[in-house]
Design a binder for this molecule. Structure first.
Ligand code: ZN
Length: 447
């Protein structure tokens, strides 16, 4: 039931005491071992031992991916966020960025063990154990996720089939009778279609559950994936910076490993915390157990993702660690007629159940024009199972109804012509994203 029962079911009071002890140690460690923080504390004339509680973290600067880039070669002679000697660095990673210069990230062996523990807790909370054989369709490159998931499997005693991609030959399913797959929603939808076409219906496979992650998604798309496979689908959220959160079998939010990762949710201007239940930006602080070492220490790191704290009360699964909603990327939020919408809102429109009789679920959208010019156009291309037989009128109506449900101001702009939405019906494999390497950008702002 639990990977680390003592920690995962610790009472709120004890957990808060542990968190504050680790905040004090982590801040001290940063001030002594990270060139960036050493300099910062000196320049500000702040004594690191004055940072005692999580509220005190507000006095420290909020750093971003940009801060890291500005404090590493070629911008600075060395890696200002590297917080151990080279002899203690086990691996180094680069996180992809939108700009050309990737962020360097250093991990000690202890960091690996903590990352693996976070994944191990998630897997066990989803019902996985030593009898499971799990295909990992996350990439094994410079991303740390797939590798640390594999280490987690060693600690649980489960078997990993490290495919790295979801395009593995179907004999893998036949020969090894795997019980779970880790992958993205879209890759697992594609796999299901491939299985259907080769007369191996996913509902009849040995797979017992699916673990998805890698990007945010609409609940509708998860529901559809669960229906195609006739299996439970559990969400996970991870990053090289170490935020590994996951849904338990209660599926009521993602548990945050609060003893290892401290998340504060800030208002959009990053000035103050927001209340639980309110949406805000995720600001992350690595938490180190007293005496531990970390290769890259982040205090108040702006993840560029937004979420809501659902609850800090005990979960039906027995875990006491807080739960958050599936985070959304701030970079995938767009503004039209002074109203924000996220890629997930577009995805919700696509994945309306009736639409799935005609669509694969793959889509891409482009924004043109501008509010200044008085007209914004969003062109949404959806991939049809059979372009000729697609009921375009129904798909369009379903899309618009779902997309505008929580967006009355956008609906108004649509009604009076300031916001036009054009649906384009594409044949199989005829979306632009198929010709792009790497993670597809589903909404491209061409304004
Ligand atoms: Zn739970």
């Amino acid at each position: 039931m639990f990977f680390n029962e003592n920690i995962e079911t610790m009472s709120r009071g004890d957990l808060d005491v542990l968190i504050e002890e680790r905040i004090r140690y982590t801040v001290k460690y940063a001030s002594e071992n990270s060139p960036f923080y050493k300099k910062w504390f000196k320049e500000q004339g702040i004594n690191p031992s004055d940072v005692r509680t999580h509220e005190d973290l507000r006095e420290l600067p909020i750093i971003s991916g940009r801060t890291i880039r500005e404090n590493q070669p070629p911008e600075s002679p060395d890696f200002q966020f590297k917080s151990v000697d080279w002899k203690d660095v086990f691996t180094l990673h680069e996180t992809s960025g939108t700009s050309g210069n990737p962020k360097a990230f250093f991990l000690t062996w202890q960091d690996w063990q903590r990352y693996a523990e976070k994944y191990a807790r998630i897997f066990v909370s989803q019902g996985l154990g030593h009898e499971d054989r799990v295909i990992v369709c996350a990439s094994y490159g410079m991303n740390v996720g797939a590798n640390t998931m594999t280490l987690a499997a060693r600690d649980i005693g489960m078997t990993i089939i490290p495919e790295g991609k979801c395009t593995f030959p179907l004999r893998v399913l036949k020969n090894y009778q795997p019980t779970a797959i880790v992958g993205s929603i879209f890759k697992l939808l594609e796999l299901a279609r491939k299985m259907e076409s080769e007369n191996m219906p996913p509902q009849e496979s040995s797979i017992k559950r699916l673990v998805v992650g890698g990007e945010s998604f609409a609940e509708e798309s998860r529901k559809y994936l669960a229906e195609l496979w006739d299996r439970d689908v559990y969400n996970s959220y991870g990053s090289t910076e170490g935020t590994m959160c996951g849904e338990c079998t209660d599926v009521s939010g993602l548990h945050v490993p609060e003893d290892l990762v401290h998340l504060d949710i800030y208002d959009p201007k990053l000035k103050d915390f927001v209340e639980d239940g309110e949406c805000g930006r995720i600001v992350l602080t690595t938490l180190l157990p007293v005496g531990a070492k970390s290769g890259t220490l982040l205090l108040n790191y702006d993840t560029d993702d937004t979420t809501v704290v659902v609850t800090r009360d005990k979960c039906a699964c027995g875990r006491t660690h807080m739960k958050i909603l599936n985070p959304q990327r701030e970079a995938e939020t767009f503004w039209v007629a002074e109203t924000p919408f996220n890629r997930v809102d577009v995805e919700r429109g696509v994945f309306q159940r009736e639409n799935m009789e005609y669509l694969t679920g793959e889509y891409e959208a482009f924004l043109y024009g501008s509010d200044d010019e008085g007209e914004t156009i969003m062109r949404v291309s959806v991939e049809c199972l059979n372009r000729e037989k697609c009921n375009r009128k129904a798909v369009e109506e379903n899309f618009l109804r779902a997309f505008f449900t929580y967006k009355p101001l956008l609906a108004e702009a649509h009604a009076d012509g300031r916001f036009k939405i054009i649906l384009n019906f594409a044949s199989l494999k005829d979306l632009e994203l198929y010709s792009i390497k790497g993670r597809p950008k589903r909404i491209v702002d061409r304004r």
